[in-house]
Structure formats: C-alpha cells, structure tokens
Design a protein around this ligand. Sequence first.
Ligand code: ADP
Ligand code: MG
Ligand code: MG
Length: 883
Amino acid sequence: TKWVYGFGNGTAEGSAEMRNLLGGKGANLAEMSNLGLPVPPGFTITTEVCTWYYEHDKSYPGDLRAQVDAALAEVGRLTGRAFGDSANPLLVSVRSGARASMPGMMDTVLNLGLNDVTVKAIGEGAEDMRFAYDSYRRFIQMYSDVVLGVEHHAFEEILQEHKDNNGHVLDTDLSAEELAVVIEQFKALVEEELGRPFPQDPMEQLWGAIGAVFGSWMTPRAQTYRRLHDIPATWGTAVNVQAMVFGNMGETSATGVAFTRNPSTGEKALYGEFLVNAQGEDVVAGIRTPQDLTEKARLEAGSERPSLESLMPEAFREFVTICDRLEGHYRDMQDLEFTIERGKLWMLQTRSGKRTAKAALKIAVDMVSEGLLSERQAVTRVEPAALDQLLHPTIDPKAERDIFATGLPASPGAASGAIVFTSDEAEQEKAAGRKVILVRVETSPEDIHGMHAAEGILTSRGGMTSHAAVVARGMGKPCVSGAGLLRVDYRAGTLSAGGRVLKKGDTITIDGSTGQVLLGDVPMLQPSLSGDFATLMGWADGVRRMRVRTNAETPADARVAREFGAEGIGLCRTEHMFFEGERIVAVREMILSETEEGRRAALAKLLPMQRNDFIQLFEIMKGLPVTIRLLDPPLHEFLPKSDEEIAEVAAAMGVDAQKLRERSHELEEFNPMLGHRGCRLLVSYPEIAEMQARAIFEAAIEAGRATGAPVVPEIMVPLVGLKAELDLVRDRIDAMARAVAGETGAQLAYQVGTMVELPRAALRAAEIAASAEFFSFGTNDLTQTTFGISRDDAASFLGTYQQKGLLEQDPFVSLDRDGVGELVKIGAERGRSARPEIKLGICGEHGGDPASIDFCESVGLDYVSCSPFRVPIARLAAAQAAL
Ligand code: ADP
Ligand code: MG
Ligand code: MG
C-alpha cells in the first residue's frame, strides 16, 4: 500500500481531490504545489495509516518506515540537505491535518531535527547563531509541550525570567548567548520532569511527533469536537512532514496569515496580519501584536507600524498574485498561511476560510456577480445554521451605551449575560437557565463547551484570528477579543477596566460588531432581512422543492414568520391559546364540570375567543395554508398546582377549594405523556372538537371575506393510533362543517388530517390515510414513542450516551434516520399508497434542523414546519437538500 504522498518543486503525488486520504492540509499543499506555487517540499502520511494504527494496537504498517525514509530523502534532495546530517541538516515541521480542520488535534511542531550538533550547522549555514538558537529553543519548548507533555508555561517562565533579568521586553530582544543559556535551562527542565534527557536523535524526534499526531486523534478534546461537529472517528488524521522555511531569520523575514476577503464583513479586500522575525503561531498567539498586511488596512486602523505592503513590497506583490490565483482556482474565499525567509515568499497553507454568516452571504452573492459562481453554487456556499447569526439582535443605536471597555469586533451580533470566568461555570449557569458571557484572558480548545453554553465571549488577549475569534465566528456567537485594557483576575473573580471593577454574576452586554463591552442589559434591535440575504434566499427559493411553514399560534409569531418567508402555518397548537388571560377560567370551568351540558356552557364562552384567534392567524396568512391542531395536552396541565393557587382559583371561580383539589387529583397521571391526551380527550369529550371546529370554520369564512383570499383550513387530530379514533373525531368535524355551512350559507372547503406521532400510526398509515387528507409527522412525540425515551427526562442520560459513543447525536435535535426515520418513510409510503395526493409534512423541532430537512427531502415530504426564527434556515436547507 502507498502510505506516503510527496509534494514540492512544482509537482505532487496528491491533489485537492484527495482530501479524504491526505486530510485538508495535505491535499491543499499538494494542490498548491501542482499549481507551481512556492511550497516547501514535504510529504503526507495518509489518514489510512491513522485508521491502521488504531486497528492494530497503535502500531504502524510494516512498510511505512521505508516509505517515510524515501520521502525524507527526496525532500533532502530537493532542498540540498539531509535529515540528521551534521553539516547540512534538513529541518522539518510535523503538522496534523484531518479532512475537516479540527481544533483539539496536535499542535504543529516546528524546527524538528535540531539538536546540540545540528543547531551549530544551521547557525553557521545561515551566518546567524541567534536565529539558530531561537529555533532550537522554540523546538525544545514545542516538542516538550505537545509530544512529551511538559507544560508550556514552565518554559515561558524561564524565558520571562531571562527577559526580566536582562531588561528585555520581547523575545526578539534576546541575544544568541542569552538564548544558549535558555536552551540549557530548557533541557535541564525536561530532564528533571521526565527523568531522561531531551531526545537528540532526529529520527526519534520525528517518530515521536508522528506518534503524537496519531495519538491526538483520540484525545477527549478531539473527541468532543468531533461529536459537536458530526465528524466520524473513522476518518482519521493525516500527518504532514514539511521542510522548514524560516520567518525568524532576522528583519527581512516574517510570517503571517491572511484571508482573501474580510471574513467578518465579506468585503473584497485582502485581510490579514503578520510579524517580522517570527515563526509559526506567534501571530495568533497574541504575544506580540501583529501588523496589518495592506496599507489600506493600516491606515484604516490608524496604526503606526508599517504594513507588509510597505515593508516587503516584492514579497507582498507576489503574495497578492497568489491570493488571486488561489481564490479563482478554488472559487472560494481562502484562508492562507505564509512565511517570508530573507525576502523569499513561501506558502504554507490554504483552505476555504471560515466566515461569519454576513460575510458568507456577501461573498456568495459577490462571486455570482464576479462570474466565479452560478446562483445554484452560491446557494450551497452558505451554511443554513449560520443564518442564525443574522437573525440575532443588534444593539439599538438609540440605546444608552455605558462603555466599560473596547476590544476587537471579532464575531458580530450582540449579547447580554452575567459574567462567568470559566467554561464549567458557563455550562452550569446555562443548565440552570441563565444567560452568561464567558470572560477569559484567552480561550483554548478546552473552552469549547463553555463557548457553546455562553451567549457571547469576551477575551482580554488575542487578535481577529485568535482562537476565541475563530471559534466564535464558527459558532455564530458574538465575540469581543483582545480588549487589552481589560484586566481579568481569575483568582479574585473580577473584571476591571478604567478604574471600574465588575464581579462574577454582574450583567454586561458585548457588541461583537463594534468591539464594545457595555454595562448592563442594553436594548437590542431585530436584524434586517434585505440586501444579500434577500438575494440569496431568492435563489434558494428558486431551487427548493419543499415548502416551508412555521409553527405559530400567536399573531406576533405568525407575522415574524411571514417576514422570514414562511409559506403557511404547519402547526398551530391551540392549547397555548387556552392559557391566555381570562380564558383559563373558562377552560378550568369546562374541566371541572361533571356534565356534558356544563362543559358545553364553558366551551361556549371560549368559542368567540378561539374564533378571534383564528381570524387573526388566517388574516396574517392571507390564504396560505394553516394547520390547526385540536386540543392535545392532558387536562391536568390547565389546573392550578400549589395549595395557594388552588385556593385563589377556587375563590375566583366560586367553587369549593376541596372540590378543585379532588378534581386535580383525579386528573393526575403517572405518565401524562402517554395518558389521557390528544384524540383520546376528544373521544371522551367530543364537544371540545366541535367547539374548536366551529371556531375554525366561522373564522375561515370571516377571514376569507375580509381578505378576499379563500381560507382552506387544515384541521389536525393529534395522537391518533387507530383509524377509528380519527373517524370518530372526523365525524364530529364534518357534522360541524355542515352545520356552519347551513347557518351561514357559505361554501366551506377544509381538510382533516392527523399528526403521525405514534409508531402504530406510521405502521397503519395506509388505513388511516383513508380518513386523512394530510399527515404531519410529529417527530418530537414520534421520537419519544419510538425510543421510549421521555424528552423531559432524557437530559440525565442522553449526555452519557453521547459521551460513550452510543448515540452520535441527540435524536430530539437531529432526526434519527435509522429508526424514527424509517417509521416516517413507512408512514409516507403507506399513506401515499392509499391516497396518492395525500399532503405530507413534518412539524417537530426537526423541521428546522438542516440534517433532518435533508432527510425530509429524501422521503419526498411536501413541506417542513419550524419555529419562526428557523424559517430562513429551513428555506436554505431545503434548497440545498434539493440540489
Ligand atoms: P494549524 O493547523 O494550527 O494552523 P499548521 O500546521 O498550519 O497548524 O502550522 C501552524 C504554523 O506553523 C503555520 O502557519 C506556519 O506559520 C508554521 N509552519 C508550519 N510548517 C512550517 C514550515 N514547514 N516552515 C515554516 N513554518 C511552518
Ligand atoms: Mg494550531
Ligand atoms: Mg495552519
């Protein structure tokens, strides 16, 4: 088997297409090399080796070593050096690279191959001992940290002490002699920690680093990340070994990162940062503040420090040309890493750049006008879930802003919450239903869970490309980074700036669009949905097949959903209307009455209110379909619970408190979820269905007259398991339709259908369809009843299931295709077999989940229905599913 793929010198054995085998980084290094771009030569050990490694008790294929040796020799040939050679040594970087870029994987090790002998040769070759020692101390530090597990900060402390003792501020101020001393101390530290010396043999170093990359694939951090992003463990990571180029060879050398367009706004302008005389991750580590790439950016930022454009014009021009070339080649915004060694530019990475939703929209729309993309391609370029960011509030410009501090606008949107200083606290507070802002000096991959739990993230250190900024943008969370004047004191639990001190629990608002940190809970505005958003959504609407409806029962929700493009209501839960204002009194009266007569009297009071609700919804929906579900929850939910409440309600209703308590007791159920609810209530009390049907019909007539758009209501009977249940309720509805038509002389068009939310209904769909003009898959209940897992109790064990790998995803969030999905498929097929024109939709939470929407398309459902704020997401996801 071929385990190793070489690249460099204008050719490569791999290409961008081989991402699965070579990982993202390796595939793109090969592609850049094929394009003839300046890429230091190297090779990629494939992801198949990773899989092999874990299938064979963490060992390597027998022929791997020979292939690595040969590839290493070829890199030596191309660079005119030899790995481990004492006169002309080759140094390499060892870089991990999975298919999808993945925090949590091993950090890159640079300058590998250095030891007490080769460091001299490197220094003499470059005629710069300071550079050689700087590389060596970096190597010991990185290798010890990521491969040997000696903590990073121990080295930092030694370095800091040296700087302090010698009056230096920056790492670059340290002389060759000083660095030589630092190195001796580093080595002593390693020996003390590990009980053996720092490895001097380059081959041992290399295999140590390769093993560490494969080992990092199974760390808890990496596993958590994979779980959150649905990346299967079987994908594995590749290892890239690449000849070093040096950005730390003095003032004509540099290293930097860039985006071909602004990742925050999408503006078509090169955007990035660099540092002179630096290596690797110095730029993102926030130790020195990086400089702007372009003059334009420098002027806009009002920075005194020169841009790369003015400092190294030739390398800069070449870089700009390469950026354009790569963007055109990949037809996407690129995120690039480069190093300049004594004026010569080298490309170290390219990939599709992460971007905010706003930027994603702008870039997709711009690229269509630039002729780089077709409209259909543009539709695939925006991640549906990311639209959420655009639907988030921004700070009301009229609101008073008490600015506490200002940092970088790292990820747009605004959020308020209580200050917490650790990710664990963020998670706990969130679980307790509180909103928090995670405040850190800087974040690391260990903070992912806290960042997920927080409304927003604030850091005192780090630039626009810092960990916090990149991850927050990916998550669509507001983030302010590098608020330098902010002092975060973890020990004291305080956050201070400008003489003011805040504590854990105090409320702040961050504005990720301006970088401001504000005191208190600041008023916010809803976002606008015009411009690029409207353009792209228009294209999406043009390609999608499924309709998108909303789950709404209040006029406010219905209006929002219409603005977001909902094409009707897929689920109106009438019980929500029963809680409002004085209605609850009539509802309780109905529940408490012992006779049908009494119930009818109470229902008569509810009728005009219900009718009014429906008129409003029908008017807002202007002839679009509206599905109204008849009363669903167990009656017990409507009764007061505590003794005080009971006393109060009894007094208000003029009934005996004791009687009320008894009735409440009677209605209590061991397992209400599976109890007297849904159509079972309507079977017991058909008069409820009659009242609701009358309200619906009368409202349809009135709204139809008022708007001129005829209303064809869809009446949905919940929790049907037997055809006979549906028939019984349906008879009452049909009778009511005849009655209302007779009274008013109006023509009535309507449909009756059912929610498919019990496995039996899915299995018996053919016979049920004889009485149902539509099915709506109620996948919340269908998931509960298929798994036999109560949604309200699932939290205590589903997490464990996910951690132990029993379930990849929470089935209440993303539809379980294999089980629940099979029932949906069966229900759809059998329903259609009996009634080919039957209308099929889905109305659980899954209706707004892109992966579940993709499934709905594959089953051929007619529409999905979701909460108002997810409507745009569903429109785009439905379009992508259709492509
Ligand atoms: P990450 O996935 O965290 O970005 P990389 O493997 O891209 O890690 O490495 C991070 C940085 O290390 C690169 O941006 C580059 O600056 C530096 N680097 C990696 N390989 C080399 C190399 N062969 N020569 C010089 N610098 C390198
Ligand atoms: Mg890294
Ligand atoms: Mg990189």
